[in-house]
Design a protein around this ligand. Structure first.
Ligand SMILES: Cc1cc2nc3c(=O)[nH]c(=O)nc-3n(C[C@H](O)[C@H](O)[C@H](O)COP(=O)(O)OP(=O)(O)OC[C@H]3O[C@@H](n4cnc5c(N)ncnc54)[C@H](O)[C@@H]3O)c2cc1C
Length: 406
């Protein structure tokens, strides 16, 4: 590529968002390059979980390394036999085989050039964007798509002082006795009998756990969303006390996961010269923290539309980005996002007892309803219906909490 060349699209990043979109754009016969401060072949470190149906709908369920049909949660207190009754989800959940996923996307990125660089500045001049890199390299492109994650410093959005963070500390390893049953996946274990009175007043957290086979388990203490976020040490302490209370001790740590990302980042402004995708575009589901399914569902449509927009040679970076934002965040999805954000804000005001009661009730919805809610696949009218149904079926205390009257 010569220095004066103007690319059609320049993508920042090499995480799931960058690769999901780049792999779709690659088939659109555009002049595309990517910049990432890591090689696109550097293995991703996060553990990505997903409802199996999300991959099945896309014909990608072979990407699961593990799949569980025995999927449960606990929303009781844990202090007596009634408080230990599981809620059965009867809905398959899986872990994505990160390496296979990454390789599948990379194989589709034919013809895309990668620059191992760190973008430090993006300027918009003469209708074109220019990305400056730490090394001094400058690349020009008709459109820059920022997929550098939720910490992006390039994307402009309304300021929010209190962005709730999902925080988790997890261990893949061996234990003195199984933390979950054989072939079992526990989405949320909110039992709280291991916590003292002072801890019960702190933001709640739950155990996310799974049997990985061969006596290996993944256990993760997770705070759904909180501001300020729960610290790693705090979550680690809770995880250990939860396990110890059941007489379970960690015998070998094979991998530690330290997770912290924003749940309710405000949506980016649409009138900026850069488009984004993934964490940088606030695509994390504000009520669950999941995003991979959304990347896979929303990438192809965006790629197709960008190809069409780029056929007009007169469109500037700012016009192209705005058109892209409209595809990524149309009215319907913005409204759904607002509803989820409202719900999350209310949930964050709930103490652990209220949260347990809320989720117990939430999972009484039909599977289609709760799964559609959690995967953000319900059309807006249906989402409103499901949220209303949930509200009317809730105990009075939760109703008041959902209405900000608690
Ligand atoms: C520990 C953890 C576990 C998660 N688990 C799940 C899960 O189970 N299921 C789920 O759906 N979601 C999960 N998420 C949420 C979300 O899917 C992930 O955060 C996801 O990795 C975000 O993808 P991304 O590509 O937008 O950003 P990232 O994965 O953060 O990738 C950003 C990329 O940009 C590059 N980069 C950053 N800055 C620059 C720069 N200035 N110049 C060039 N390159 C740059 C980075 O090297 C990286 O390649 C999890 C998040 C975390 C943190």
């Amino acid at each position: 590529m010569n220095k004066r060349e103007i690319l059609d699209i320049l993508i920042l990043g090499s995480g799931p968002a960058a690769l999901c979109l780049a792999s779709e754009l690659a088939s659109q016969k555009l002049n595309i390059s990517c910049i990432s401060n890591k090689s696109p072949h550097t293995k991703w470190s996060n553990t990505y979980g997903i409802w199996a149906s999300e991959l099945e709908d896309l014909g990608l369920d072979s990407l699961l390394s593990h799949r569980w049909s025995n999927t449960i949660s606990f929303f009781g207190s844990g202090s007596n036999s009634k408080g230990n009754i599981p809620t059965e989800h009867s809905y398959d959940y899986g872990l994505i085989n990160r390496e296979a996923f990454q390789n599948k996307l990379l194989n589709k990125c034919n013809g895309i050039k990668w620059f191992n660089e760190t973008a430090i500045e993006i300027i918009f001049e003469n209708n074109i964007s220019q990305v400056k890199c730490k090394s001094g390299l400058k690349l020009k492109s008709r459109l820059v798509i920022d997929a550098s994650g939720h910490k992006s410093k390039f994307i402009k959005r309304p300021k929010s002082k209190q962005v709730a963070q999902q925080a988790a500390y997890g261990v893949v390893g061996k234990f003195s006795s199984p933390p979950v049953k054989k072939d079992q996946f526990v989405l949320m274990d909110y039992r709280s009998d291991h916590l003292n009175k002072a801890e019960l007043l702190q933001p709640p957290s739950f155990l996310y756990a799974m049997d990985l086979g061969n006596n290996i388990f993944f256990v993760e203490e997770t705070s759904l969303a909180s501001y300020p976020p729960l610290s790693k040490d705090h979550l680690k302490e809770r995880l250990i006390s939860r396990l110890n209370r059941k007489g379970i001790f960690i015998e070998e740590i094979m991998h530690e996961e330290d997770c912290l990302f924003p749940m309710n980042l405000p949506l980016p402004y649409k009138n900026q010269a850069i488009l984004a995708f993934g964490g940088a575009a606030s695509m994390v589901h504000p009520a669950s923290g999941y995003m991979v399914g959304s990347l896979l569902r929303r990438g192809p449509e965006l790629a197709k539309k960008l190809k069409i927009f780029l056929t007009d040679p007169n469109l500037s970076s700012i016009e192209l980005a705005q058109k892209g934002w409209d595809v990524l965040w149309p009215f319907e999805l913005v409204q759904r996002h607002k509803l989820y954000q409202y719900g999350l804000n209310r949930l964050m005001s709930f103490d652990e007892k209220m949260l347990r009661s809320f989720f117990l009730n939430f999972f009484q919805l039909s599977t289609k309803e709760w799964a559609g809610f959690l995967t953000n696949t319900l059309p807006l009218p249906k989402l409103v219906f499901v949220m209303s149904k949930m509200f009317f079926k809730s105990p009075l205390e939760i109703k008041l909490g959902m209405l900000k009257i608690n």
